[in-house]
Structures are given as C-alpha cells and as structure tokens.
Design a protein around this ligand. Structure first.
Ligand code: ADP
Length: 534
C-alpha cells in the first residue's frame, strides 16, 4: 500500500500564522497553526512557521534564540525606518520538529494584545502597518535563509497581503519565481479593513486598489487581497466553503468568492490528539478512554465532572446534567440563544458552566444570572487553558448554538472526550456532528453512528427542542446516550486526513502556470530592504 508520505513530492512550506499554540492563542487558529504544520511535516514537507513575538512571549520559557543572519532587518514603513530581528524556537514531538520563527519588533509587536488593545478593547490603530511589516519580513526571511518556499501558506487577513505582494512588487523577483500561495480563511467576519490612506503604505500598483482587487467599499481590505491574489483559497469546512458564497454568510465577500469558486476548497480542521486526549490529559482529574466506556466504566469521567463542579463553585449531584461552553463571548457563538432559553435550562434542573472572555454585555448578563442562580451557573471569565480541558472532560453536554461556525474545534474536542455536543447545523458543526435522530433514522447507513444533537433555525425554540431531546435521552435512555459517547470518541478527527488534502491543493497549484491568475503589472518596491544576502 502507498504510504501517505510517498504520495507527495516533499515541499518547502512557509506557514504564516499570527497565533500558534502554545506561544499565543486567541482562538482555534492557534491550535490549527501548531497541529497542521506537524501533520504536513509527517508527510515529508519541510514546514516552517513564522509569527510575531508579542510582548508576553518569554524568550527563556519558550527557548527562543537569536539567528545571526536574521538580525537587523530594515524596512521603511509609512515613512518610518523600522529595524526588526527574527528569532527562532521549535515545536518538538517524538515524530516531528517544526521550526518557529518569531518576528521581534519593539514598536509594533512588544504589546500584550495580539490584534486588540486589552486596555481599550479597540483594534490597535496601526494594525495595517504591523501586518505589513510581518508580511515583508516573512519574504525577507526566506531570502536571508536562502530557503525558497514552494508554498507560502498564509492564514486570515493578517496574512492577506502576501499574495498581493507576490503578484505585485515581487512579481519579477527570481527568488519567488516558483512560489505559490495558499490563503486559508478561518473566519470571514474578520477582514482587516483599513482606510483608503493605508493603500499608499503598501507599495502595491494602483490597479490593486479596485473592486476587482483589494478595495472593499472604498477601504483597503487585507482579507480581500488574500482572496483576490492567492493561487488557491481554502476554508476550514466544506459547508462553510459553500455558505460563504451566499450573502447571509459572505460578509460582503460573496461575489469575490464566487468568482474564485474553482480555486476555493473546503478542508475540515482536525484536532491535535497529543494536546486533546482524555487518556493522557494532565489537566483533568482522571484519565479515561473508549475501552473504559465500552466496558461500562464511566467512573473516571464522573470524577472529572465532580472536579469541574468543584472548580466552578457549583454543587455536584450524580445524574444532574452539566452543560459546558468555552468560547469567545461574542454574538457569533449564540450566547443570546443561551440567554433566551436559560429559564428552561434551570427548570430542567441542569447546570451550566461557561468559560470565556469578550463582549461586556455578555459578561454583565452572565454575572447577573450567576448571582441569582449560584448553584446552577458556574462561570470563569478569562482565558484559561486548564479549565478548557476540564470542561471538555467534565461536562455531559457541550453547547455550540453558533450563528455561523467556519469549523469549530470544541465540538470535536467534546466528542473525543465522550461529551455530547448540541450544535446548530452550520459550517463545520454540520460537517462533524451527526444527530441522534429517531430509531428509524439510525437504521440509515449515513445515520448509523450518531454523535450528538443538531438544530437548523437560529431560534431559541429550535435550540431548546434539540437540547430538551438531549436532556431526555440523557435521563431516560442511557444505552443510547452511552452509544453516542462511544461513537463520538471513536470518530477520526486526526489532522492526517486534512494534511493530505492540503498536500493535494499544494500540488494542484504548483502544476498551474503562473498565468492562471490574471497577472497584474508589477511595480518597483518602494520599501528599502537594505539587508545583505538577498
Ligand atoms: P474560534 O476559533 O471561533 O474561537 P474554535 O471552536 O474553532 O472557535 O476554537 C476555539 C479554541 O479556543 C478552542 O481550543 C477553545 O478551547 C479555546 N478557547 C476559547 N476561549 C477560551 C478561553 N476563555 N479559555 C481557554 N480556551 C479558550
């Protein structure tokens, strides 16, 4: 049999992500950016990752060291003379070693927030310049290392300038002659839109600032630049790849995405089972695995529930359902639906635990509700990795009533931990959770291994209908409940499958002639890159 490793020519892949676990994380992108490079590396690719060195990243703790030839990188950005260094560390497992490069620049990145000022709660006003520097430094780094990337894989709006730079000022640069770009959208709602004046800072030809290019309602859009100029665009589930071509989910980018639909691919994220594994998770009270469940031993999961209740300050009662949520407290995640059915949840004698940080309105709402119902609602506001693992293991059900969800990782973590997801059927949630259905439904082959509960309309009644079904089966049909748990734990959400699909996209675009995308005339680079060795 052909091994996945021999399916592909080994490629040099520069993976650009502005958050990578465990160095910096605001959401799922960080998890993806640690795990996908490892899975690509297992296929034989030489993958190197680059991210900014934020102010909270400790050099000693993360074993970050100086790389001589990456010191003193100079650019002119918005009329300012900017000097940066690139340093290096690695993510090591017993099978892979991924080189991680850190862009160090005091002025732009030595801050406590990634994109948003934690004090004001507003986006940093110079985000346009910060991620311009990041993009230019990434290209410069390859040159200084004399390491030609076959693929530059950039993620979200922060990496959207790279394809534009390569189709513009770097178009005739022999170093990048054979380089192709993949642009992955993890969430279309975050677009990196800046005032028109930003365009003058970028050194791109004027025709790039048009509706066919990166202009978006008169603004400069880094996300749109990525969509317009990348050789391939991917997003993180098949369903989301279709949804974003509609006005409901497209956030104004639907026409551009439809135009590029032949180059748009939906590839489902995986989960990192070295980090998220109930059998080897040091964060949880007691480890467990599928064998335990198949032998009818649920005691370790119950111990995790007890521990979770203790940590969240709510009383533990055997047989009383605990519903978990870990999410940024934003509208997307369906907290208004949770608030709308909270009375019913409480009446049903369930308990709710929430871990999150975000919008003030949700902080205030849930603080108030917790004060009224301290026995049934447990909340931790903030970012807490250890609690996230405890919630996945200790809850009976996991709620994800999202308005939209590009992929979603938590529902997959839940299933892997034998925790039943109750989700809205959208994006990656639709692609990963199979509804319990009726006994008749479960006879259909595609429905024979259900893992959770789903609903379609973004509406409190629909959500409650799904959740009340779940609560009834939890209380009245233990054999089915146990089966759902075991089905979920046995599902293969490993990155290996997705990495093969990314490998196929890489091969496809590497075979395409450069003329595949309408070429845009290049210009000279106005930014003085004064390094040696390029
Ligand atoms: P998104 O990327 O939209 O935030 P995902 O479900 O794809 O949503 O991924 C969210 C990731 O961030 C998960 O690993 C989740 O556990 C983690 N996470 C979100 N909020 C918190 C928090 N407050 N504390 C710890 N982990 C969190």
């Amino acid at each position: 049999m052909t091994s996945p490793r021999s399916l592909f020519t080994p490629r040099n892949v520069l993976f650009l992500s502005t958050e990578v676990y465990p160095f910096a994380k605001t959401g799922g992108l960080a998890d993806v950016s640690a795990a996908l490079p490892q899975a690509l590396c297992k296929l034989g690719h030489d993958v190197r990752v680059m991210m900014p060195q934020y102010g909270f990243i400790g050099e000693k703790k993360q074993k970050i060291y100086i790389v001589n030839r990456l010191q003193g990188i100079e650019f002119e950005i918005a009329g300012k003379y900017i000097v940066s260094n690139i340093k290096s560390s690695a993510i090591l497992t017993n099978k892979t070693r991924i080189q991680i490069y850190f862009l160090e620049n005091e002025e732009y990145f030595h801050r406590l927030g990634l994109y948003v000022d934690p004090v004001t709660g507003e986006d940093y006003p110079d985000n346009d310049e910060r991620f311009l520097l990041y993009s230019l430094a990434a290209l410069e780094m390859c040159k200084r290392l004399l390491w030609k990337p076959d693929i530059i894989h950039c993620n979200d709006w922060q990496g959207g300038l790279i394809p534009a730079l390569l189709k513009g000022p770097f178009k005739d640069d022999p170093f990048f002659k054979d380089t192709k770009v993949v642009f992955t959208i993890h969430n279309l709602a975050y677009q990196g839109n800046f005032p028109a004046e930003t365009f003058a800072k970028l050194g791109l030809p004027p025709e790039f600032f048009t509706p066919e290019g990166m202009e978006f309602d008169g603004k400069v859009s880094y996300l749109k630049a990525g969509i317009a100029y990348a050789d391939a665009i991917t997003t993180v589930s098949q369903t989301y790849a279709e949804e974003i071509r509609t006005p409901e989910f497209g956030f104004g980018m639907e026409d551009m995405l439809t135009k590029r639909k032949l180059d748009l691919h939906g590839i489902l994220n995986g989960i990192d089972i070295l980090v998220w594994d109930p059998e080897n998770d040091i964060n949880i009270a007691r480890p467990y695995n599928t064998d335990d469940f198949e032998e009818g031993d649920f005691s370790a999961k119950e111990a995790c529930k007890q521990d979770l209740c203790f940590d969240m300050g709510i009383p533990y009662t055997e047989g009383r359902p605990v519903l978990g949520m870990i999410a940024r407290l934003i509208d997307q995640k369906g907290f208004d639906l949770v608030a709308a059915i909270l009375d019913k949840i409480l009446e049903a004698d369930a308990q709710l635990v929430i871990l999150g940080e975000g919008d003030k309105k949700y902080l205030e709402l849930f603080t108030r509700l917790q004060a009224i119902h301290p026995e049934q609602i447990g909340i931790y506001f903030g970012f807490h990795d250890n609690f996230a693992h405890k919630i996945e293991a200790g809850s009976d059900m996991y709620l994800m009533p999202s308005a939209y969800e590009p992929c979603g990782l938590n529902q997959m973590y839940s299933m892997h931990y034998g925790t039943i997801p109750v989700v809205r059927k959208t994006g990656g949630l639709a692609d990963t959770v199979i509804d319990a259905g009726t006994a008749k439904d479960r006879q259909r082959p595609e429905h024979s291994h259900p893992t959770g509960f789903t609903f379609e309309e973004y509406d409190p009644r629909a959500f409650w209908k799904a959740l009340s079904r779940a609560l009834r089966i939890y209380r009245e049909d233990k054999p089915l409940w146990r089966q759902l748990q075991i089905n979920g734990m046995k599902k293969d959400f490993s990155w290996d499958r997705s990495a093969i699909e990314y490998g196929q996209v890489y091969e496809k675009i590497l075979k395409q002639p450069k003329s595949h995308l309408k070429q845009q005339p290049g210009t000279t680079i106005p930014l003085s890159s004064l390094q040696e060795g390029s």
